[in-house]
Write a protein that binds this ligand. Structure first.
Ligand code: BV8
Length: 239
């Protein structure tokens, strides 16, 4: 058998839609009711921290409730990774914990994690499953008013970019799942994969902004598409 090959998968909000979490840019998406500049920028947090904390507290309460669980798409990715002999990296734009709960291991949350909080003063990161309040003190430095969600806002540098670009440059297959291709630098990953000579595939409900950049594209709900597509790959290899 040829050398098992290296795979990078990128996911967006669409993979969590069938778990009951809203996406951002669909008609019933998050940005249909709030504006990015009011809740997802450092300036918004400085201007009105209570408003920003409430935006994340509402989403966090839903995520930790018993109504949200990984769906077959999350489970299929974890199962595939466990059985794949080559390199496998899952990069998610999502700040939910559904990939971890499904069993994914080699995972990067490039836009951070809603279930973690970070001190803007000393950088200490703690688990956060309850409401984060403006008066919540930092457990490390004790400062008040400096705890923020450990997520990447617009205008902030996403996490682990060096590791992500190294994986893209070395990959033979890049699969983008459930993302509209609106937000950079994630939306540019397909270009990096193409330059590395990788096969590029888009699995989405509908064509993304970058649809024409992918060699292959299959459209449909991730909960059906992802188990089918990765089940076939596990059986037939990279071909
Ligand atoms: C950066 C975390 C540079 C928080 C998010 C002007 C000023 C500043 C920056 C910029 C600017 N102009 C452009 C930029 C860059 C900016 C950007 O790209 N803006 C866009 C809007 C133009 N990017 C940034 O600011 C990034 N940082 O550039 O830093 C820098 C350089 C040096 C030094 C410092 C900094 C940071 C971006 C990260 C922002 N944070 N989220 C939170 O979650 O609250 S981004 C936000 O959008 C989401 O988190 C998500 O990660 C991201 C992408 O959204 P998607 O996941 O794609 O979701 P969407 O709803 O859009 O699409 C869902 C898709 O699923 C759809 O296609 C739908 O059809 C499909 N779908 C639906 N249901 C299903 C389905 N598919 C399958 N099955 C289903 N059932």
């Amino acid at each position: 058998m040829a050398e098992p090959r290296s795979i990078v998968v990128l996911t967006g909000a669409g993979i969590s839609r069938e778990s009951g979490l809203h996406t951002f840019r669909d008609a019933d998406g998050i940005w249909a009711t709030v504006k990015i500049e009011d809740v997802a920028t450092p300036e918004a947090f400085r201007r009105n921290p209570i408003r920003v904390q409430e935006f994340y507290n509402t989403r966090r309460r839903k995520l930790v409730s018993n109504e949200i669980a990984p769906n077959p798409a999350h489970l299929a990715l974890a199962e595939f990774e466990a059985g794949w002999p080559g390199a496998f990296l899952l990069v998610t734009q999502n700040i939910d914990d559904l990939h971890e709960r499904a069993g994914s291991r080699n995972l990067i949350h490039m836009h951070g994690e809603m279930l973690k909080a970070r001190c803007d003063r000393c950088g200490n990161i703690v688990e956060c499953r309850a409401d984060l309040l403006v008066e919540t003190p930092c457990a490390a430095c004790g400062e008040l008013g400096v705890m923020r969600p450990h997520v990447v806002w617009f205008g902030e540098m996403p996490f682990e970019m060096d590791r992500i670009y190294a994986a893209l440059e070395a990959c033979d297959l890049f699969v983008s799942i459930g993302t509209s291709g609106n937000v950079y630098p994630a939306a540019g990953f397909v270009q990096s994969a193409r330059m590395a000579g990788a096969r590029t595939v888009e699995l989405n409900l509908e064509p993304s902004e970058g649809a024409t950049l992918f060699e292959e594209a299959i459209y449909g709900p991730a909960g059906t598409l992802v188990p089918d597509w990765f089940g076939t790959l596990a059986r037939d290899g990279m071909a």
